[in-house]
Write a protein that binds this ligand. Structure first.
Ligand code: SAH
Length: 342
């Protein structure tokens, strides 16, 4: 069955046209889905019974099942969703002073194989559809009776490996007649899939681009992230410069600090050289330990030293707050089934 949440408003109008229904009906349904956030076609009371029946036969509403929900002592909440075919994904809700941010998954599993990330541990199953990406936001807003202000594509999966669905989901999220989450409030994080960086630049979206950099030379980066073999640092940086030139937007570089691996002064110096003159921001992440992972978090002292060195040499750097690590909801700790053992 088709998922009604896979369609942006224009596409939904087309679907309705093909059913010989008037396009404004599609708009009404869209509003019920994303403004009123109903969970069944029967709640759409301004739609005729006959049309509701037709919709029920054609489309699923894809209401995810919450298998588990965990709450961290810092207020972070982690959801394990059944995406209705028995597969599970995780979604994390974080509270910041400026609002609520949802960290969404883009795939069931991940192909990228980053050595420090828990999402790598379980084989890739499939891409999430646009509707399944959007449903994560809806399900959490319904469950918490709240409004989410920011979205980060930093959950399970590589968003640029499911590019069309991710962009289409963003189109649905943006719509003012629906969830109305502006592109400026959406960040996409990539391990460095270069061709898609060029493509995103050409589309001139207002989304924020984050690049998972983590190392400053090819030897080290390849040892942490196999994607670097396909797209080495020189090509990655060339694409980033093109993106900045085209969009005039700042790129956020993520750098997870692991003790005695990428956290010494030499690394900081190389990072300054690499990002010199670029419209960039560095997000330092104290690396989170994962099961069987060989990387250990840098000391607080070293993390601060690293940040200060960058700041003193003209690179804006901040340390990302560690949210939700007590419930394995922090960066790199998401897996398809991880909370089952809690
Ligand atoms: N696949 C995308 C998005 C998911 S990961 C990407 O690679 O960017 C979101 C961020 O968490 C990335 O920057 C990722 O490198 C980082 N991350 C992964 N594992 C981590 C860990 N163990 N500790 C800290 N950050 C980690």
């Amino acid at each position: 069955m088709k998922n009604i949440k896979d369609y942006n408003l224009d596409e939904l109008k087309n679907e309705f046209k093909n059913m010989n229904e008037r396009p404004y009906r599609a708009e009404q349904v869209f509003t019920w889905l994303y403004k009123d956030k109903v969970k069944s076609f029967d709640e759409m009371t301004n739609i005729s019974k006959e049309l509701r029946e037709k919709l029920k036969q054609e489309y699923t509403m894809c209401n995810f099942k919450i298998v588990k929900k965990l709450e961290s002592k810092d207020g972070t909440k982690k959801y394990l969703f059944d995406v209705l075919d028995g597969n599970m994904i995780e979604t994390v809700l974080m509270q910041y002073h400026h609002g609520k941010t949802l960290c969404v998954s883009s795939q069931i599993g991940c192909k990228m194989g980053c050595k420090f990330c828990a999402s790598t541990g379980i084989p890739f199953v499939r891409n999430l559809s646009s509707g399944e990406i959007v449903e994560q936001i809806l399900a959490v807003e319904q469950d918490e009776n709240t409004k989410i202000s920011n979205i980060v594509f930093m959950g399970i999966g590589e968003p640029f490996d499911n590019y069309e669905n991710v962009l289409n989901a963003i189109g649905i999220l943006n719509n003012q007649k629906g969830l109305n989450i502006g592109a400026r409030h959406i960040s996409i994080s990539t391990s460095g899939v270069v061709p898609k960086i060029y493509d995103l630049a050409d589309r001139k979206t207002q989304c924020t681009l984050s690049i998972s950099l983590h190392a400053t030379n090819n030897e080290k980066r390849s040892s942490m992230m196999p994607v670097n073999n396909a797209y080495p640092i020189e090509e990655l940086m060339k694409a980033c410069k093109y993106y900045i030139e085209k969009t005039n937007k700042r790129i956020s570089f993520e750098y997870a600090l692991a003790k005695d691996n990428n956290d010494n002064l030499e690394d900081a110096k190389e990072l300054v050289k690499l990002l010199h003159g670029m419209l960039a921001h560095v997000n330092l992440i104290p690396i989170n330990k994962i099961e069987n992972g060989k990387f250990v978090k840098s000391t607080d002292k070293n993390i601060i030293k690293f940040r200060d060195y960058l700041n003193e040499h003209g690179i804006v750097a901040t340390i990302r707050r560690e949210l939700g690590s007590d419930i394995e909801a922090a960066c790199g700790q998401l897996r398809r089934k991880s909370i089952e053992k809690n």
